[in-house]
Design a protein around this ligand. Sequence first.
Ligand code: DP6
Length: 353
Amino acid sequence: MSVYQATTSAPVNIACIKYWGKRDTKLILPTNSSLSVTLDQDHLRSTTTSRADTSFDKDRLWLNGIEEEIKDGGRLATCIKEMKKLRREVEDKNSNEPKLSTFAVHICSRNNFPTAAGLASSASGFAALVSSLAALYALPASPSQLSLIARQGSGSACRSLFGGFVAWEQGSLPDGSDSLAIEVAPQSHWPDIHALICVVSDDKKGTSSTSGMQRTVETSPLLQHRIKNVVPVRMEAIKKAILARDFDSFARITMQDSNQFHAVALDTDPPIFYMNDVSRAIIALVTEYNRVSVENGGMLKAAYTYDAGPNAVIYTPKENIKDIVSIIVKYFPQAEAFKDPFGLFGAQGVGEG
Ligand code: DP6
């Protein structure tokens, strides 16, 4: 008897231009395009094994060893259904292909990063789920085509189908067929950029991205200005900066966009606070570090960015990492600089939320 099984993995990505708002909540179509950096190819990954077998009576999924319910019509069910649909197309074209689309699947997913890093795992998780089913079903699909399905699991997941610098183009078609991820540049184009993660708190966030962004769409006037007038200009400018390896512009735009994302969260009714005092203190440190460099005739050396939580991600050219870690450890003496077994640089326990 043949065994139909495939294992693949997908990395975490951190946005420089933030996705925040949906124009279609079922298809997960965003109100603006976004752009991210996929973190190192070997670290911070979700690894997923999918297996199809005639003896399975229903689709099941385990996340870090714990079974998750696959709710009818939910995001997991949608992704699995869409992947089976693509498999059916392969089977319809070639009648010799085993009818895997009719078998139930069992899916096992694990994250190789410490849960304490407080990083959202839905992006790497859904990207790994979709890519493992694509491998199981031997689909002739490109990463951009797969991103259309990963997007329906979690918006930011569509960007994790590529390494390096990735744009999620919002698209305009009502069926979402042009709302997909594209590669702006591979990691090898600019390998000098590193991400330093400062774990401020590993508590589960108070307001989830999904519900928070919906409330922002419904109540924030500032969001309307952001999506019409700000993001389109920034998307073009940051792509240009990446292609030119212009860290100064890349850093400026990344910090401005993080700030505006947190401003629209604050402009939401009732307001949403993702950063805390420690997050803001790290912003002050990076700002001061950059100010000293610029005053001495240099350029910006580091860029902070924050997602829907208090933890900082600092993008910086490799030469500055040691410097920045030692500054953080100096100002937050309880912080422990670590280089974990996966080679992830970070500062843990920077402060409590
Ligand atoms: C702040 O992709 O988690 O990290 O589509 O509802 O699953 P859903 O939301 P999600 O939102 C991510 C928001 C963000 C910004 C970003 O990654 O672009």
